[in-house]
Design a protein around this ligand. Structure first.
Ligand code: GYE
Length: 322
């Protein structure tokens, strides 16, 4: 082969490689250990702490190097955290996108850079970045079903009659979007359930409390609270008690996550029920990466099985909750 043909075939090889990268997912070699990034959105509640611990524990168990970043609640910082992981040429990236839209571009950037990405827990904008095409898979809970299950319990418990204050999760995050829709779609068939107001408490206990302080003044006729996570429900309980209400007696609360302190609130008769949203991703996330490297077919969506807690099983489930 002369120099000219060698150059041409190198160019063709480069083009073929580029084409494979732009149409297919980046490949991952089978190796004994990997260096992977985990880009966390924030570390401000028990759910986030449990998720991070589960990822770190599994990395340690396998002897992998885990590059951990914490975006401290900023989608912009999280996007730059992912970019720095791409620049470090890690083997793969686990991303838990704080909000759908601001984190979608970096998913496409990772693909272009040839780094397989796994989206865990929260999702990105799937009209732009699709699992199985732009990133390997989404691993997480069915947030829409969570909203439906919370609504189903509320309808049953209140016999289809309630005036609800809704505490929304972080604006633009996939769980907030789908937990709202799932709940509202369900109660649409139950005209006795009326949502008086929906406001974000940003998935935190403190904001849940502050927002409820104001909302219970504005809506003293409320008989129920639907909180998109347990932390906000626990904050709401504090605010309701301060306002002279009796959570669990004159106002019914339902939320999502299934953390230990929420189960304790159920046992204390203050919280009615909580839909589990399992934060322990470590084993499943890392196993999915290994399956992917081994060439196994990965389903684009791997949905977690979640439990449901109310007074019937809260005590028995306490030890297994996070
Ligand atoms: O419900 C909440 C956390 O993304 C599913 O985020 C997760 C949610 C979880 O901050 O507590």
């Amino acid at each position: 082969m002369n120099i000219r043909t060698a150059t041409v075939s190198a160019a063709i090889a480069a083009l073929t490689f580029a084409a494979a990268q732009s149409t297919g997912l980046p490949k991952l070699a089978v190796k004994p250990t990997y260096r992977v990034c985990f880009n966390q959105s924030e570390m401000d509640n028990p759910w986030r702490l449990a998720q991070t611990k589960s990822m770190q524990d599994e990395a340690k168990r396998l002897g992998w190097q885990l590059v951990f970043t914490n975006a401290n609640g900023s989608a912009a910082k999280q996007a730059s955290d992912v970019r720095s992981c791409i620049a470090q040429r890690v083997d793969a990236i686990f991303l838990t996108p704080r909000e759908e839209k601001p984190l979608t571009p970096v998913v496409l950037e990772a693909k272009r850079a040839g780094i397989p990405m796994f989206i865990i827990d929260r999702n990105v904008d799937e009209t732009v970045a699709k699992p199985g095409r732009d990133f390997v898979a989404f691993i997480g809970s069915d947030f829409y079903a969570e909203g439906q299950r919370a609504a189903e319990w509320l309808v049953k418990t209140t016999k289809g009659k309630a005036k609800v204050i809704e505490l929304l999760g972080s604006t633009g995050s996939s769980p907030a979007i789908a937990r709202e829709k799932g709940f509202h779609d369900y109660i649409a068939k139950h005209p006795g359930i009326e949502v008086l107001v929906s406001q974000t408490g940003n998935f935190t206990r403190d904001e849940g409390r502050k927002v409820m302080e104001a909302l219970i003044q504005a809506h003293p006729d409320a008989t129920a609270v639907y909180a998109h996570n347990d932390e906000m429900a626990l904050g709401a309980i504090t605010a309701l008690e301060a306002a002279g209400r009796k959570p669990g007696k004159d106002i019914t609360l339902v939320s999502i996550d299934g953390q230990k302190s929420a189960l304790e609130a159920i046992i204390a008769g203050k919280l009615g029920a909580t839909v589990e949203c399992n934060p322990r991703f470590g084993v499943k996330a890392f196993q999915t990466l290994r399956d992917y490297a081994a060439g196994k077919k990965i389903a684009p969506k791997l949905i977690n099985d979640d439990r449901f807690f109310d007074i019937s099983n809260a005590k028995a489930s306490l030890n297994s909750a996070f």
